[in-house]
Design a protein around this ligand. Structure first.
Ligand code: ADP
Ligand code: MG
Length: 369
């Protein structure tokens, strides 16, 4: 087992800066995710940790030992890719045993280790089959076994579930999490799927265009996104993001856009009072809005434009002029197009971002330091 520390890690391919000055620490035995859209530098980061790519700049430490010049095979890292890359002409057993044979491990020991990992991932019955005779989920388990059989100190998973169908993905998600807990192996999962990242890992590092946006436990990213990118990337259905102007009327603050007018609770006075600008982006998660038929304080009067049943609840679209505002409503509330309701966003769960896309809470915190 090992901890990982990335220090000012940068990788350029010609003019492309794939990873830009990345600082990241992973604790011994921790499970973290690198989350971000395609092309944001996740795989490049993983391949630098594995030693396959050399960083253009920066340092990689395992347990405080600099490993920049350590060869991949001496890093004790297990890698699993989206494409399982199994050898099609070899039985499952031989696929798993292959790295040990390369390392000239004695036959008996190979046997013991292969059975051990096969048992761990519940594929003992498949050892005599050819990869072509396996389902996608089974192939992924074999790939995982092949990475684990070397008893690596670090496990790197690059979009390991992307090729599985939705149901199998949920199963395998839980399976990998259980396995990681059982082995206590330091693990980095690369994924573009927020649900995967949030459900599987202890901490999530959100990346965008090669730059780390925020690193923290899933709840923290969800409750306190530090910038607009994280706010828009995390959450399903996504957060409502509305460009607004801050106005002061009769000593009270309101956020205004078109016919959308939201009075702010007093708690926002301090945070917004310190910022000289007047243009902001308001963020409201669809699940953080209460719906009422009676007039309430700090509420908006909205008209139902469209309803989408989601099974557990209903996603209701309200229109304020050009502005669409989505609210997650319980199924019990009957709503028809054209009905009017008072919408009460939970003021403690509002997100307000500056022109630079930084959360106003973050600006306050930085000034306090
Ligand atoms: N070998 C390479 N040569 C040139 N550009 C690359 C190479 N690998 C990745 N890139 C570029 O670096 C950026 C990050 O890629 P990658 O790390 O694969 O992203 P992700 O895994 O997040 O989808 C992309 O713009 C990609 O086109
Ligand atoms: Mg990738």
């Amino acid at each position: 087992m090992a901890s990982i520390k990335l220090e000012q890690l940068t990788k350029r391919f010609g003019k492309v800066v794939a990873v830009n000055n990345l600082n990241l620490e992973v604790k011994d035995g921790e499970f973290i995710a690198l989350l971000g859209p395609s092309g944001c530098g996740k795989t490049t980061t993983l391949l630098m940790i594995a030693g396959i790519y050399r960083p253009t700049q920066g340092k990689i430490y395992f347990d405080d030992v600099l490993v920049n010049d350590v060869a991949p095979k001496d890093r004790y890292v297990g890698l699993v890719f989206q494409s399982y890359a199994l050898y099609p002409h070899m039985k499952v057993y031989d696929n798993i045993a292959f790295p040990l044979k390369l390392a000239k491990v004695p036959r008996k020991e190979i046997d013991r280790k292969v059975y051990e990992v096969a048992k761990l991932t519940k594929i003992e019955e498949l050892l005599d089959r050819m990869p072509g005779q396996l389902s996608g989920g089974q192939q992924q388990r074999v790939a995982l076994c092949r990475a684990l059989v070397k008893e690596p100190e670090i496990l790197l998973l690059d979009e390991p579930l992307s090729n599985l169908d939705a149901r199998l993905r949920i199963e395998t998600r839980a399976e990998i999490k259980r396995l990681q807990r059982e082995l206590g192996i330091t693990t980095i999962l690369v994924t573009h799927d927020q649900v995967e990242a949030l459900t599987m890992s202890e901490r999530v590092a959100v990346m965008h265009a090669g730059v780390l946006q925020q690193y923290g436990p899933p709840d923290e990213l969800y409750d306190r996104p530090r910038n607009l990118f994280v706010a828009s990337f995390i959450g399903d259905p996504p957060m409502n993001l509305i460009p607004v102007e801050l106005e002061r009327t009769d000593g009270r603050l309101r956020l205004v856009a078109d016919s959308f007018v939201l009075p702010l609770a007093e708690e926002w006075e301090n945070m917004l009072g310190q910022i000289p600008e007047a243009s902001f982006t308001l963020g409201v998660r669809p699940e953080d809005v209460r719906i009422s038929t009676e007039e309430k304080a700090n509420a908006l009067l909205g008209e139902v434009f469209l309803t989408e049943p989601l099974g557990g609840g209903t996603l209701v679209h309200f229109m304020f002029g050009e502005i669409s505002f989505r609210v997650l409503a319980s199924r019990e509330i009957k709503m028809d197009v054209g009905d009017k309701f008072w919408l009460v966003p939970d003021q403690s769960k509002l997100h307000i971002f500056t022109k630079d896309g930084l959360s106003v809470r973050e600006v306050g915190r930085r000034d306090a330091q």
